[in-house]
Design a protein around this ligand. Structure first.
Ligand SMILES: *Cc1c(COP(=O)(O)O)cnc(C)c1O
Length: 462
């Protein structure tokens, strides 16, 4: 492609990215509501604002890089899920992003909480989440984690192996408890998503398979143990899923197991959990389902299958993580260097990178980005936003159009970084993990503070 044939397109290179970035957007200053949190806008000066606060002021107060989380959006998404799933239970998957403030919001909005480690359990309990609203997950919970969960009185433990059935039963017995449990099954569905984050096809570490009879065997073993109360079956088929078909197959197979359990044991289990994994928009190309559509599809299939099998419809639960917190936050970076590679592309280095967002390197995740500290009418340039780490795969946004006048000191905002970014952040290169700043009612406060070099050295006891 020649420059003259594509005057507003990439200045360098013949290889265009696919999808959203195959052509520059009509206006680089646009903030597409599909990828930006609810209260994000541009003010009269062209500066991006969240909750009415300009990012230029937020950067001065909190520094960069930093995650800014729109509390109003978070709470609205919680309510959209609980409204859509009225009469069912919504468990927020804490691994997406967890802090004490998040736990308080969940508690206030009537959600339950999934945890999958002692650390997540401690955070949930420290912020006052009632134990009976907590579910404990994980494919290798330690004896200590099991003991703490049972002792706290968590509402359910999701069993993931034969060994764990015995461990949880012994612990409950020793503590004089009867622990409510679900069994996690793998239903043989490969959700339409990146293969490293698909979890329900059979060749993987999670759950007990329906197909080879291990799930049915786990049910037999649990039903024999007085210290365990089997309340339901759990299935989680993957992450960043857009297509409801996988959930429908999963629901059908889980109901099939409930039917077998009734026929073999004469008991009807009262609950099924269909997991999380609902996709969000990372770029304007993504078209996620709304909670009410998801609720309707799942309820329809479950009630249809139950009616056909002559089962009472069990209580349904779901576990969205990304779909609640993902869209509520953006990461704000400062531009440090701009390198034009003749015939290739422009590399824009920011003051963070794979330590605050590993998803691009790990999953080939796509993100979008906007110049946030000002508007620009300069021509779009095909760019790559990279971090400051000693790794050429340290890419934040693989393909992005940014204005040709982008300069050192400009602020860039990457939307949809609420889930699995701070949660997966590392100290690679001894870079300090950024703060999470909650913005609400025209005010901003750190809910997770910025890490300091003192924090790093405190762990280094050599
Ligand atoms: C990760 C996970 C979730 C949440 O997944 P999202 O993609 O964030 O919705 C829910 N349930 C289980 C068991 C999980 O492992």
């Amino acid at each position: 492609m020649s420059r003259s044939a594509h005057p507003a397109g990439p200045r360098h290179g013949d290889v265009l990215p696919e999808g959203h970035y195959a052509a520059p957007p009509a206006d680089l200053n646009d903030l597409d509501p599909r990828v930006w949190a609810r209260t994000v806008a541009r003010d009269g000066d062209g500066v991006v604002t969240v909750g009415g606060l300009p990012v230029t002021r937020l950067a001065e107060e909190f520094g960069t890089p930093a995650y800014f989380l729109d509390e109003e959006d978070f709470r609205a998404r919680c309510r959209a899920w609980t409204d859509a799933f009225e009469g069912a239970d919504v468990f927020y998957a804490g691994k997406a992003f967890l802090s004490r403030a998040v736990v308080r919001w969940l508690r206030e909005e009537g959600l339950n909480l999934d945890v999958c480690s002692g650390g997540e359990l401690a955070t949930a309990l420290a912020a006052g989440m009632p134990a009976d609203r907590i579910a404990m997950h994980g494919n290798n919970k330690s004896p200590d984690e099991i003991e703490r969960a049972v002792a706290a009185g968590v509402g359910r433990i999701v069993l993931d192996s034969y060994q764990e059935i015995v461990r949880v039963a012994h612990t409950a017995e020793r503590l004089g408890r009867r622990q409510r449990v679900q069994i996690r099954v793998t239903v043989g569905v490969e959700a339409h998503t990146h293969e490293f984050i698909a979890t329900a096809h059979e060749d993987q570490k999670f759950g007990l398979a329906l197909a080879d009879g291990q799930a049915a065997e786990a049910v037999r073993r649990v039903l024999k143990l007085d210290s365990l109360e089997l309340v339901g079956i759990h299935s989680h088929i993957g992450s960043q899923i857009f297509d409801m078909a996988g959930f429908e197959v999963s629901a059908r197979r889980v109901v099939g197991l409930l039917t077998e359990i009734r026929d073999e044991h004469g008991v009807q289990l009262p609950e099924i959990d269909l997991g999380g994994g609902l996709g969000i928009a990372y770029t304007p190309d993504d078209d996620p389902r709304e909670p009410y559509e998801i609720a309707k599809a799942l309820r329809d299939i479950v009630s249809r299958e139950c009616t056909a099998a002559g089962l009472a419809v069990p209580r349904l639960s779901v576990e969205p993580g990304r779909a609640i917190v993902g869209p509520t936050a953006f990461t704000l970076y400062e531009v440090g260097t701009v390198k034009e590679l003749e015939g290739l592309r422009t590399y824009v280095s920011v003051d963070g990178g794979m330590s605050d967002n590993i998803r691009t390197a790990l999953y080939d995740a796509e993100y979008s980005v906007a110049l946030a500290s000002r508007a620009s009418s300069a021509e779009p340039v095909l760019s790559r936003v990279v971090g400051k780490h000693c790794e050429s795969g340290d890419i934040v946004v693989r393909d992005a159009y940014l204005p040709a006048d982008l300069a050192v000191g400009d602020l860039l905002a990457v939307p949809a970084t609420g889930a699995y970014c701070r949660a997966m952040a590392s100290n690679y290169n001894h870079v300090l993990r950024p703060p999470v700043v909650a913005v609400a009612d025209g005010g901003a406060r750190e809910i997770v503070r910025r890490e300091t070099e003192e924090d790093l050295l405190r762990l280094d006891v050599g």
